[in-house]
Design a protein around this ligand. Structure first.
Ligand SMILES: Cc1cc2nc3c(=O)[nH]c(=O)nc-3n(C[C@H](O)[C@H](O)[C@H](O)COP(=O)(O)O)c2cc1C
Ligand code: SF4
Length: 434
């Protein structure tokens, strides 16, 4: 199967400008600079490119929300925070193919009439930041950034901003607050960033992968991109899937949007670790509701997963084998979100912590049936009442775990965890379970 974004991953010099130019890099930019902005937005709309950051919002439509008559500066902000557990595709782009994102960013700036782009990168990604800064320097030296880019009369600049490692700073409005030097706490919406974003100016926030696909859309055409998916009329193109957990070959896979989940596990990833039976898959980062093994014959795309009560989200696919304690998996995810809640909203601040404490008791065999009911009640109060959807990341999947693996919760409150170490919890990936 042809690889586009990841075709140079085996080349140790694949991140350099020379390697990128050798494979036709920056040709899309030359084409884009000769096109009116509206025409580029139209191409991106027709390509069915959808945001890879989690919500899957149509990218071309988002770009068209920038007010046409604005007198303020317009900004492009690229979300490289990548804090969703199980998600590690953006890091690969930044470290190994940064020029794809840089070229996409310049095209996007031209399309939305921005001159400045800020890339907000998770601070721990030290190597990614170095690679990106080096690549930006190479692009500037070659005239792709700076004043009068390629004689177009337009000026474009890209700045790298390091985050301090808070998951909530991946939420676009918390990211903007953090970029402005404030505490990273989500804003009430509306207004959305396209109207009032960074420093009060119209701003498009897009994920790294979303932007990295833009040059391909311009070189191959919107129709090609839309048709490259595996029969998914509302979501175009190829997609990077980050696969982790109990598979033989975890990693980042570039595959058509809508590839079958079972094919990813058994063909591309070489099957289950230790040839154990599949128990569950979390298909879109830790916030996504889990699929049981008999639900995994499904297309990995936004609509098909939504129809199964889950989501593609950030396409971080966590594969879980039989023998794993689902109560433990559930407890760990709630612990993560409780730790990362920014604390602005009472249902989230109190609810995530309360849910974690309750689940911990249950997981350790000290809970009761009444506490299982309480847990569901806590979740009911947490959904739809908060500024951002972090609260829903606990409220929505929790009842799904409790319904699909009800026998395990019952066993925990009656006689304790039925799964022996080392395969309880997340198995070999979690040495200390309790
Ligand atoms: C709690 C939370 C964390 C998020 N973390 C990320 C992230 O790390 N990276 C990302 O691109 N989007 C993240 N998002 C989604 C962003 O808010 C936003 O939708 C996205 O960056 C838009 O880009 P896209 O349209 O290209 O997907 C997060 C959302 C929430 C609610
Ligand atoms: S839902 Fe949670 S993380 Fe989001 S703004 Fe409210 S308290 Fe903060």
């Amino acid at each position: 199967m042809e690889k586009i974004l990841t075709r140079d991953l085996a080349n140790p010099q694949g991140h350099t400008l020379d390697a990128y130019l050798a494979r036709g890099g920056y040709e899309a930019l030359k084409k884009a600079l000769a096109m009116p902005a509206a025409e580029i937005i139209d191409e991106v709309k027709k390509s069915n490119l959808r945001g890879a950051g989690g919500a899957g919002f149509p990218t071309g439509m988002k770009w068209s929300f920038i007010p046409k008559e604005t007198t303020k500066p317009v900004y492009l902000v690229i979300n490289a925070d990548e804090g969703e557990p199980g998600t590690f595709k953006d890091r690969v782009i930044l470290e190994r193919i940064p020029h794809a994102m840089i070229e996409g960013a310049i095209i996007a700036m031209h399309a939305i009439r921005a001159k400045r782009c800020y890339v907000y990168v998770r601070g721990e990604l030290v190597h990614a930041i170095r690679q990106l800064e080096h690549a930006i320097g190479e692009a500037r030296a070659k005239g792709f950034l700076g004043k009068n880019v390629l004689g177009s009369g337009e000026d474009f600049e890209i700045h790298v901003h390091r985050g301090a490692g808070a998951y909530i700073c991946g939420e676009e409005t918390a990211l903007l607050e953090s970029l402005e030097g404030k505490q990273g706490k989500p804003r009430n919406k509306p207004p959305f960033p396209a109207i009032i974003g960074a420093w009060g100016a119209p701003t498009i926030v897009n994920n790294v992968e979303t932007i990295a696909w833009v040059p391909t859309i311009l070189t191959r055409g919107a129709a090609w991109f839309a048709g490259a998916s595996n029969g998914t009329p509302r979501s175009g193109g190829m997609k990077l899937y980050a696969v982790s957990g109990h598979v033989k070959r975890p990693g980042v896979y570039e595959l058509p949007m809508g590839v079958n989940l079972k094919d990813v596990i058994y063909e591309h990833c070489g099957g289950m670790l230790g040839d154990r039976k599949l128990k569950a898959v979390i298909p879109g980062g830790l916030s996504a509701a889990p699929l049981a093994a008999d639900e995994c014959d499904v297309k990995l795309e936004f609509d098909a997963l939504q129809a199964k009560g889950s989501m593609l989200g950030s396409a971080g696919i966590m594969v879980i084998a039989e023998g794993t304690c689902m109560v433990n998996v559930h407890m760990r995810l709630v612990q993560f979100f409780a730790h990362e809640s920014c604390g602005q909203c009472t249902p989230c601040r109190e609810g995530t912590t309360w849910a974690f404490r309750t689940l911990k008791k249950i997981e350790q065999g000290e809970g009761t049936q009444a506490e299982l009911d309480l847990l569901l009640d806590i979740c009911r109060g947490m959904s739809g009442n908060t500024i951002c959807v972090l609260s829903d990341s606990v409220a929505l999947p929790s009842p799904v775990y409790m319904r699909k693996w009800a026998d395990e919760y019952k066993a925990h409150v009656e006689k304790g965890c039925p799964f022996p170490a080392p395969w309880g919890g997340l198995g070999p990936f979690a040495a200390a379970r309790h």
